[in-house]
Design a protein around this ligand. Structure first.
Ligand code: TEU
Length: 568
């Protein structure tokens, strides 16, 4: 292992989803001016890196993950000068800024795509995936799509362009056409854009669905069908675009062309749905020079059947098995991101904890303890540090997300019961994570003076930053202590991980060890008190480094209690 401790092993990342963070101009949408107003909140929390979700010019079909200009800022969010100001304000506080790099696809309004679509003879035609209808079928005929792949946002992955009678590929929404990375011009254009951002002072990239950029295209240019998906008119194409044949080549090339020799430390995160541990070892082996860490999804896919709209109860032993496997699998090579929450997931305290008034604070701090004490780089998603919970959605009109809304249309048109569809959306929709950050108890939670683009959670009257900042027992204060612990104690950053009690359905326990020093972490992920003497006798007499409840009987782990202990 070349360098055993790069800076990001001790770092904590905070994700800002700008549209919902802080509005400064009263239009109801968060913006860069708003981030500037709140940088001290991040500094107080003690985070090292901000990952900024997209602020580029965009039609906002997927809240900015559909980019129409990679080298600008959408007026909705402010200006490039303001972004420079945010970078400077963060740097002054010792916080690095990582941009969201969305280069699997652009917006259909990006000039590249507009040019590509203009004619089959366009010099940029081959920058995207254009294909004729299947087997001489007529354009637009049902089933004439070039492959049977199912889009991540429901429906087929191909959209017909009436003018040319050809289809273009979009793994996500139809307004997000996939770039053709087979074409070297595409790769060079992306590299140049990335260098431009590094020259502007950003400290790295979180690379959106980066393991989808290589598609398994046959020498004759065709793309294969996938196995049919039960209950859907489409197939599963993932085998043909997840971790595709040229993915490592593309990432190594990017590393050489963009990152090699950069004078400042960078953070390179590969967001990779469907990545296996074996592949993650390759992606993150420092010797291969691809990315620093993966951001993988296995642990947030255990509480549903097949797809996220069929939720089922999470079994704690499945969660432990998954997280434990990743800890073991990357123990000697590679690195992982640690997270419960992001802008695509329901709120962790509602999903993995207990958001009832009785246990909300305790379960949020218990989950935080688990998050920060694993080996890997922790990511705190805005509002998670406040224990923000899912929104009490009751009606379709309250949702904004393209994934949720497309799903509703598709499911109901295929005969699903509308109330059941709504119930699944209430539980799993990405909009749960996208309601405005709750800064104070005032109307609209201090997020905006206007009308927020999505409703503020009514619970902000009680759950907000202002109430928590000065309260030493708050969720915020607990995150701050955990972040400080990672900074201070190399055992937290680098210690070996060992899972204890893998079969236990309520107690999550593990050790971290380095150079003869050991931390024991014990968490009760339930409302049932757990006697420790029989389970983990060594925990009873150990010194408490950090806990989420006032010290009491050391032999009993109270509901949602978490302790970080030092073993002699
Ligand atoms: O997400 C990738 C991804 O896998 C998700 O779309 C996932 O399928 C879905 O959210 C699960 O509910 C990234 C971004 O994080 C997401 O916001 C974008 O919508 C997506 O890529 C397309 O850019």
């Amino acid at each position: 292992m070349p360098d055993p401790s790069p800076w990001w092993t001790r770092a904590v990342v905070y994700q800002v989803y700008p549209r919902s963070f802080q509005d400064s101009d009263g239009d109801g949408i968060g913006d860069l001016g708003g981030i500037l107003q709140r940088v001290d909140h991040l500094a107080d929390l003690g985070v090292d890196v901000v990952w900024l979700s997209p602020v580029y010019p965009s039609p906002q079909a997927d809240n900015g993950y559909d980019i129409s200009d990679y080298q600008g800022v959408d007026p909705l969010f402010g200006s490039l000068e303001q972004l420079d100001g945010v970078i400077a304000a963060l740097h002054e506080r010792g916080i690095r800024l990582v941009m969201d790099l969305v280069v699997n696809h652009t917006s259909d309004e990006h000039p590249w795509f507009v040019e590509s679509r203009s004619s089959p003879d366009s010099p940029k035609r081959d920058w995207y995936w254009w294909r004729p209808p299947r087997d001489g079928m007529a354009p637009g005929q049902p089933g004439a799509e070039p492959t049977n792949w199912h889009s991540f946002f429901s429906g087929p992955t191909w959209e017909l362009d009436e003018a040319s009678g050809e289809y273009f590929l979009h793994l996500f929404a139809a307004k997000q056409p996939d770039l053709n990375w087979e074409n070297p011009e595409v790769r060079h254009a992306v590299h140049a854009m990335m260098r431009w951002w590094l020259d502007r002072g950003v400290d790295g990239f979180r690379m959106d669905v980066i393991n989808m950029i290589s598609k398994a295209v046959a020498p004759d240019g065709s793309l294969p069908d996938g196995p049919p998906l039960p209950g859907l008119p489409h197939g599963d194409g993932t085998a043909h675009f997840l971790n595709g044949p040229r993915i490592h080549e593309y990432l190594q090339e990017m590393h050489r062309e963009v990152f090699a020799g950069h004078p400042e430390p960078l953070l390179l995160v590969g967001e990779m749905p469907g990545v296996t541990i074996e592949q993650a070892r390759l992606y993150t082996d420092p010797a291969r020079a691809e990315v620093d860490m993966v951001f993988q999804f296995e642990h947030v896919q255990l509480d549903f059947d097949g797809d996220k709209w069929n939720p089922r109860p999470l079994r704690m032993r499945d969660l432990k098995a998954s997280l434990g496997r990743w800890q073991a699998g990357l123990a000697d090579v590679g690195w992982n991101s640690l997270y419960w929450d992001n802008h695509d997931q329901p709120r962790a305290v509602s999903r993995f904890g207990d958001d009832s008034p009785q246990y909300r604070r305790d379960s949020a701090t218990c989950l935080a303890t688990l998050l920060h004490l694993h080996r890997g780089t922790p990511y705190v998603y805005q509002g998670e540090e406040l224990g923000m919970a899912n929104f009490p959605f009751t009606a379709l009109e309250q949702f904004r997300d393209v994934e949720s809304l497309n799903h509703h249309v598709q499911a109901v048109s295929h005969g699903a019961d509308a109330d059941e569809v709504l119930a699944a959306m209430r539980r799993m929709s990405r909009d749960n994570a996208r309601t405005p950050v709750q800064w104070d108890a005032s109307p609209n939670a201090g997020f905006t003076t206007g009308t927020p683009w999505i409703a503020v959670n009514p619970d902000h009257v009680e759950w907000n930053a202002q109430a928590q900042r000065s309260d030493p027992d708050s969720v915020f204060a607990h995150h701050r202590r955990l972040i400080a612990l990672r900074h201070e104690d190399p055992v937290v950053a680098l210690g070996d991980f060992s899972m204890l009690l893998p079969e236990h359905d309520e107690v999550y326990a593990f050790t971290r060890s380095l150079d003869g020093r050991t931390l024991l972490v014990v968490c009760n992920l339930s409302a049932t008190p757990q006697p420790l003497a029989g389970l983990l006798p060594e925990a009873v007499a150990a010194e408490v480094v950090l806990g989420n409840l006032p010290e009491d009987d050391p032999a009993v782990l109270r509901p949602w209690e978490a302790r970080v202990l030092r073993l002699p």
